[in-house]
Design a protein around this ligand. Structure first.
Ligand code: WQD
Length: 328
């Protein structure tokens, strides 16, 4: 089989490409390099540069590379931006997905894996979020991911494609420094940035109904996210009738304060945080149940939070050796 990985030069996508190629699958990447980096791709993996909105390009890529499966990761993923620019998010994430699906169906592709998100759940009022927890996204980003899951499932049923939607929880870490997240939009890189500037990390609210008052999340190492994709891809190959919707998490809640504590310990920098106002729209607690994916695919995460932080820090040091915050 040959797998087209959209967004394969991105932070998560490049980990998936490396893991899939390492498992012996033939891969080709489509990426517009808006946030992706061509240098993240392993030698020998072809890169087609362009947009998921370009149907003619997708048709050509599917034909020329004889694509038989798609892993659709390319998307916009900033919650705040999605509130400001909902139509842009619907175009990139929903119309982008529709265009990829259209080309896949046209090319007779039989397997389709879609990157979804814990954002489909919104503000879940439950200790552990299972795949049966009602989906109620609270921002356009989450809406586009839920609409995407529906579209993937409907197209799968109508066109005899095996499908999987994987709901990522809070992804962190790097399999190697060159694949690290270069964005500064999530907790770990944002804390690194503050420390590098010699400033205290910001905690967005410490009055939540959680044990230490700070928000609790389910952090997952990106290398584990990648291995979950390999397991899902293998299932899609083995079962042409597969219809998977699975959480990718560890089932362990970690608070913002705990995370900042680990960052201080790993970096050796003073990480005494400063509590600032709550960020609008943050749920107090979002932690996955990881039971279904264990049952269905025999998959479980292997890395802990310390390993995520240590590998992310190595990536940061590799990019900014001069700005470690050590003098701050
Ligand atoms: C984690 C916690 C912040 C920075 C988002 C999307 C979600 C998914 C992952 C894509 C929150 C707190 C953060 C800081 C802080 N995206 N925080 N100080 O919001 O859980 O999830 O990214 O699929 O859909 O919603 O992740 O990393 O932004 O924040 O206190 O400097 O850290 O308030 O509680 P979030 P995050």
């Amino acid at each position: 089989m040959t797998w087209l990985i959209t967004g394969g030069a991105g932070y998560i996508g490049s980990h998936v490409v490396r893991a899939l190629a390492g498992s012996g699958e033939s891969t080709v990447v489509l990426d517009d390099l808006s946030s992706g980096v061509a240098g993240r791709l392993p030698a020998g993996v072809p890169l087609e540069r362009g947009s998921v909105l370009d149907g003619a390009l997708l048709d050509r890529v599917m034909r020329e590379h004889a694509v038989t499966g798609v892993v659709h990761i390319a998307a916009k993923k900033q919650v705040g931006e999605s509130v400001e620019r909902p139509l842009y998010y619907y175009r990139e994430n929903v119309e982008g997905l529709r265009t990829v699906l259209q080309a896949a169906v046209g090319a007779g592709v039989g397997r389709f894996l879609f990157s979804s998100s814990a954002a489909v759940y919104g503000m879940p009022d439950t200790e552990l979020v299972t795949e049966a927890t009602p989906c109620a996204p609270i921002n356009p980003y989450g809406e586009t991911k839920l609409a995407g899951e529906w579209m993937v499932a409907a197209a799968g049923r109508a066109h005899a494609m095996a499908t999987a939607s994987l709901r990522y929880f809070n992804v962190a870490g790097a399999a190697s420094p060159d694949l690290a997240d270069t964005g500064v939009t999530n907790l770990v890189p944002m804390v690194f940035e503050r420390l590098a500037e010699g400033r205290p990390p910001a905690v967005f609210g410490a009055d939540y109904p959680t044990p230490d008052g700070t928000c609790v999340r389910d952090y997952i190492h990106v290398e584990d996210v990648a291995s979950a994709h390999v397991a899902a891809v293998q299932r899609l190959i083995a079962d042409p009738g597969a219809r998977l919707v699975l959480n990718i998490g560890r089932g362990e809640g970690v608070s913002v304060a705990e995370m900042i504590g680990v960052i201080g310990s790993v970096t050796g920098l003073s990480a005494e945080p400063e509590v600032v106002e709550r960020r609008p729209g943050d749920p107090a607690r979002v932690v996955a149940s990881a039971d279904l994916i264990a049952e269905e695919l025999g998959w479980a995460a292997r890395h802990d939070v310390r390993s995520m932080v240590a590998s992310a820090w190595e990536g940061r040091l590799a990019r900014h050796p001069e700005r470690t915050g050590a003098t701050g």
